[in-house]
Design a protein around this ligand. Structure first.
Ligand code: AFP
Length: 337
């Protein structure tokens, strides 16, 4: 209530990242912190626009088709522009890859920095008009030591990312971030305009009770996935069946999985040979966060973060979440013909 004494020692995202670097005795130049500051600003800007969308008539089609042949919503275009402009202007980036753009952007010399950012500026856009949670997903690589910034700098395994995160635009804006030493969640305090540490050291429970798959695709699923789903829906007594939760917005489904545990899956199937989700800016950042939170992220047969991308928009099957749940799924891949 307003009578409560306010917290006079708020931990903002910037303060937290800086103190982490000091604590680790890092020789960091502060460039990553500055890049993360730019990303925070874009998230605040996008959050404001998502909130205002209906009022200022942004909901609807922009009349363009993106690289995946999907109709683009105005908010996608806007969010992409916000991110490209801010990341370029930060002076800390060399290569940008966006879900909305066919080609990578190589930053020109005057603005060039040493980081590469891969991002989906507004993921889950089919949910926009219904007011369901949507989000921005990002992953960050450092350019290779002798590189001036080329596409090869992002065609690297996700394990080489130096940071990854997402911002979820829901009843509040939540930024979840890992710079390689655990996962922390921050909530935007709109009155301060700052992301405040609200979820320190997020750790996925080792087993959950929720599964999150689009079972509308069940007729196309391969046998290991079908058998696994059957095992959690019809367990041998005294075990109880799992609950189903599927929002269809990866950021929201993964956010819940990080906090409550369980398993999120978007398999490859008889129709979608490589699944639906994009390796660079969906699977990698979410796999990075999952592992940093103590969970597992796999294609079913191999660790997602070990995949070496061959093109910037490629797809990959994704299963991630609680260690025990994902291990159960992996057993079905080993044992089911
Ligand atoms: P949209 O941006 O087209 O809504 O796709 C969202 C998404 O890439 C990801 O956020 C979801 O996890 C997944 O697709 C949902 O896909 P289905 O609609 O096929 O279940």
């Amino acid at each position: 209530t307003s009578e409560e004494t306010p917290n006079v020692d708020l931990i903002t995202l910037t303060r937290h990242v800086l103190s982490d670097q000091l604590r680790l005795g890092s020789t960091a130049t502060g460039d990553l912190t500055l890049l993360l500051t730019a990303i925070q600003v874009t998230s605040k800007f996008i959050a404001t626009n998502v909130r205002k969308a209906r009022l200022i008539n942004l909901v609807g089609l922009a009349g363009e088709t993106n690289v995946q042949g999907e109709e683009q919503k105005k908010l996608d275009v806007l969010s992409n522009d916000i991110m490209v402009n801010a990341l370029r202007a930060s002076g800390k980036t060399a290569v940008l890859v966006s879900e909305e753009l066919d080609d990578a952007i190589i930053i020109e010399d005057g603005y060039k920095g040493k980081y590469c950012v891969v991002f989906d500026p507004l993921d889950g856009s089919s949910n926009i008009d219904a007011g369901v949670n949507i989000g921005t997903i990002f992953g960050i690589y450092r350019v290779r030591p002798d590189s001036t910034g080329t596409i090869e700098d992002v065609l690297r395994p996700g394990s080489e990312m130096v940071a990854a995160g997402y911002t979820m635009y829901g009843s509040s804006a939540n930024l979840v971030l890992s710079t390689g030493s655990g996962v922390n969640g921050y909530t935007l305090d709109a009155s301060l305009g700052e992301f405040i540490l609200t979820h320190p050291n997020i750790t996925i429970p080792s087993r959950g009770k929720i599964y999150s798959f689009n079972e509308g695709n069940a007729m196309y699923f391969h046998p290991p996935v079908t058998a696994y789903l059957k095992s959690i829906k019809f367990p041998a007594p005294p075990k109880s069946p799992y609950s189903a939760r599927y929002i269809g917005s990866m950021v929201a489904d993964v956010h819940r999985t990080l906090l409550y545990g369980g398993i999120f899956g978007y398999p490859n199937d008889k129709k979608s040979k490589s699944g639906k989700l994009r390796l660079l800016y969906e699977a990698f950042p979410m796999a990075y966060l999952t592992e940093q939170a103590g969970g597992i992220a796999t294609t079913g047969t191999k660790r997602i973060l070990d995949i070496v991308p061959t093109s910037i928009h490629e797809r990959c099957p994704v299963f991630l979440g609680s260690k025990d749940d994902v291990q159960d799924l992996m057993k079905f891949y080993k044992e089911t013909p």
